[in-house]
Ligand binder design. Structure first.
Ligand code: GLN
Ligand code: MG
Ligand code: MG
Ligand code: MG
Length: 448
């Protein structure tokens, strides 16, 4: 055992851990668990834990279904909400795992975490480490008598409102305690623009840890909201005609311990490297959307007027652009903010795709357009054309078309995941197309 693995075993002993949840995600980003008694921890580290991959979304065909979970000891954490009310006082803990193929013992090509590791390996070959920080937004809704989620909010607060209007601040405080117990470093939390909508920001980390954190974050928020009889949702646009939930993602590259995105002499304090990275993300944005905005509902958020991006442009000022350059107080903080991702994405795949797109910009020296400083929502088509501004796909079907035409983003996912992902998303969109919505019934049922 490595010293890190040894330390986990000691902590299991010390903290009276009875059960270990071994976690990984399917291609859609749903967290899967295999629970083992804590005395299996040593075996999990030395041999891995075998499971049947054929029942996991997008993993393997039935005849090649044996997979092995390889726990990453750096991800050990006690699950506070599982542990509080255990009858025998024992704790539950989790370990995030890589998935290996038992026939080759190589990392499994269908493991999203492995896909992100590949992206970080490519960055490392180019001399970079990648930092990322997300700003996940979510809604808190009341449950009905049967405990099912409604779209009734439990408060009527607005942006940065304080109690008593922000009734949910109690819940948010408990969520933050839960996150802190799981070693999150919380930077800020606030009520978002919409009623019932919240945002909690945690400190940036390397992109892999951040993707792990996003998966954990969603689980903690949902679990603790449920303790308050509330349903937390990361659905991008649960209520029409008010703001939806985004997951702005801040990214920077470091080279030899220095921020490779910073340049003192540039008018935006952004280096050539940063400009090329932006150019790469803009170039591939329509295909990226399929990964960063992967649901039918994602495209209900990406419409003009609700602080979500629609137009493929960047800006150092306004928030209607796809990429914004946030103000940075110190050189180390120079970064870009991708504003299009939403929290329904698989964070591993979304970060991997964003990173590959940016690295493609660097590798091919893509030309970065000028920033757009006006409110692009107010541009008409002619003005957008003048500025060379294209738009994001308007629905999931278009996004998948774009993905299928973009070798860089397809390569980012790898052939296995790309194929399964396209198949799953095509079928999701087809299912949506054949449905008849309430909007249609309201509009047409009595009129015709
Ligand atoms: N909710 C907005 C979005 O959909 C963002 C609002 C904000 O953070 N200022 O991206
Ligand atoms: Mg924010
Ligand atoms: Mg926000
Ligand atoms: Mg932001």
């Amino acid at each position: 055992l490595s010293t890190e693995e040894q330390a986990v075993l000691e902590e299991i002993e010390e903290k009276n851990v009875d059960f270990l949840r071994l976690q990984f995600t399917d291609i859609l980003g749903t967290v899967k668990n295999v629970s083992v008694p804590a005395d299996q921890a040593e075996k999990a580290f030395t041999e891995g834990i075998y499971f049947d991959g054929s029942s996991i979304e997008g993993y393997v065909r039935i005849q090649e279904s044996d997979m092995r979970l390889v726990p990453d000891p750096s991800t050990f954490a006690i699950l506070p909400w599982r542990s509080r009310d255990e009858i025998d006082g024992g704790n539950s803990a989790r370990l995030i795992c890589d998935v290996h193929d038992t026939s080759t013992d190589e990392p499994f090509v269908g493991d999203p975490r492995g896909v992100l590791k590949d992206a970080l390996d490519r960055a490392a070959e180019m001399g970079y480490t990648v930092n990322a920080a997300p700003e996940p937004e979510f809604f808190l809704f009341e449950e009905d008598e049967k405990g099912r989620a409604t779209t009734e909010t439990n408060d009527a607060g607005g942006y940065f409102d304080l109690a008593p209007k922000d009734l949910a601040s109690d819940v948010r405080r408990d969520i933050i305690y839960g996150l802190e117990e799981m070693d999150f470093d919380i930077e800020a939390s606030h009520h978002e623009v919409a009623e019932g909508q919240h945002e909690i920001n945690f400190t940036y980390d390397d992109a892999l840890s951040t993707a792990d954190n996003v998966a954990t974050f969603r689980a903690v928020v949902r679990a603790i909201a449920a303790e308050h009889d509330l349903h937390a949702t990361f659905m991008p646009k649960p209520i029409p005609r008010i703001n939806g939930s985004g997951m702005h993602t801040h990214i920077s590259l470091f080279e030899d311990g220095e921020n490779a995105f910073h340049d003192e002499d540039d008018e935006f304090n952004l280096s050539e490297t940063a400009h090329s990275f932006i150019a790469g993300v803009l170039e591939h944005a329509p295909a990226l959307a399929a990964v960063t905005n992967p649901t039918v509902n994602s495209y209900k958020r990406l419409v003009p007027g609700y602080e979500a991006p629609v137009y493929v442009a960047w800006s150092d000022r306004n928030r209607s652009a796809l990429i914004r350059k946030p103000a940075a107080r110190v050189p180390a903080a120079s970064r870009i903010e991708a504003r299009f991702p939403d929290p329904s994405c698989n964070p591993y795949l979304a970060f991997a795709a964003l990173i590959h797109a940016g690295l493609d910009g660097i590798e091919n020296d893509l030309e970065c357009p000028d920033p757009v400083r006006e409110n692009i929502y107010e541009f008409d088509e002619q003005k957008r054309e003048e500025y060379g501004i294209s738009t994001l796909p308007t629905n999931l079907g278009e996004a998948v078309d774009e993905l299928e035409d973009d070798e860089v983003v397809l390569d980012a996912l790898g052939p296995h995941i790309a194929e399964k992902f396209v198949e799953a998303k095509r079928s999701e969109f087809q299912d949506y197309l054949v449905d008849v919505s309430d909007w249609e019934l309201d509009r047409y049922l009595e009129k015709f």
